[in-house]
Design a protein around this ligand. Structure first.
Ligand SMILES: [Mn+2]
Length: 232
């Protein structure tokens, strides 16, 4: 397959989230993929169509997931949700996992994967952090180090176990969903990457935003390249 088709659910509200998706599209296209933007229709039919059309899915950054979806009441620091996106992405991610489609989950996408596996989120990490994890002034450069489990899929891919990454989140994984494990963490112990326990064609979830770093830091483009190769 020359140009695998990667589906990305549309960002919805917020110019910043649309810009994030624009960067993701560029990285995927550079890796040789064709990108299909998916409208937010939370219906079985829309999900079936997306599965038939796309070879893999990228779940990108965006607004906070509604806490009710992981069994919590919203706290004051939790930001305005996008229910249309939550509902469509949850349906799609469930179905994509069942169909064993390759998945790349970034930022909110990693948190969504954790919620689908029954995990929970910290609604705001700002009192628990040592490094700044919400650092929009350094989009394309690193903000904090992470340590990668040497036995992980991510370590194989990056060929190293210590890298520094950018950071644009104010939430983090609290309880890890059953069937997932933390394959990289920050110095405070926040999950920075997740992978599935079971063999899966390609499922990589990262809390940082490789789409902003990939041009200057080629190692970050590997995440997109290997994802696209897995979709081929
Ligand atoms: Mn971080």
């Amino acid at each position: 397959m020359l140009y695998p088709i990667i589906g990305i659910p549309v960002a919805g509200k917020g110019i910043f989230y649309r810009y994030t998706q624009f960067q993701c599209r560029r990285c995927l296209q550079r890796a040789g993929a064709s990108v299909q933007t998916l409208a937010l229709h939370a219906s079985e039919e829309a999900v079936k169509t997306a599965l038939a059309q796309c070879d893999g899915f990228l779940f990108s950054g965006g607004s906070d997931i509604r806490p009710e979806l992981y069994g919590q009441d919203p706290m004051a620091a939790c930001r305005e949700p996008d229910p249309a996106r939550d509902d469509f992405e949850l349906l799609l991610l469930h179905a994509a996992l069942e169909a064993q489609k390759p998945l790349l989950c970034i930022g909110r996408g990693m948190q969504l994967l954790n919620v689908v596996f029954g995990g929970t989120l910290m609604q705001d990490i700002r009192l628990k952090e040592e490094y700044q994890h919400l650092d929009p002034l350094h989009l394309s450069t690193a903000t904090h180090p992470i340590e990668i489990d040497p036995d992980s899929f991510l370590a194989d891919l990056m060929d190293t176990d210590v890298i520094s990454v950018n950071s644009l989140h104010h939430q983090a994984i609290e309880e890890v969903g059953e069937g997932l494990w933390i394959s990289a963490d920050s110095p405070e112990g926040f999950a920075e990457a997740l992978q599935t326990e079971k063999e899966y064609p390609f499922c990589l979830a990262v809390q940082w935003h490789p789409e902003y770093m990939a041009r200057r830091t080629p190692i970050q483009q590997r995440l997109f390249q290997s994802f696209v190769d897995a979709c081929r």
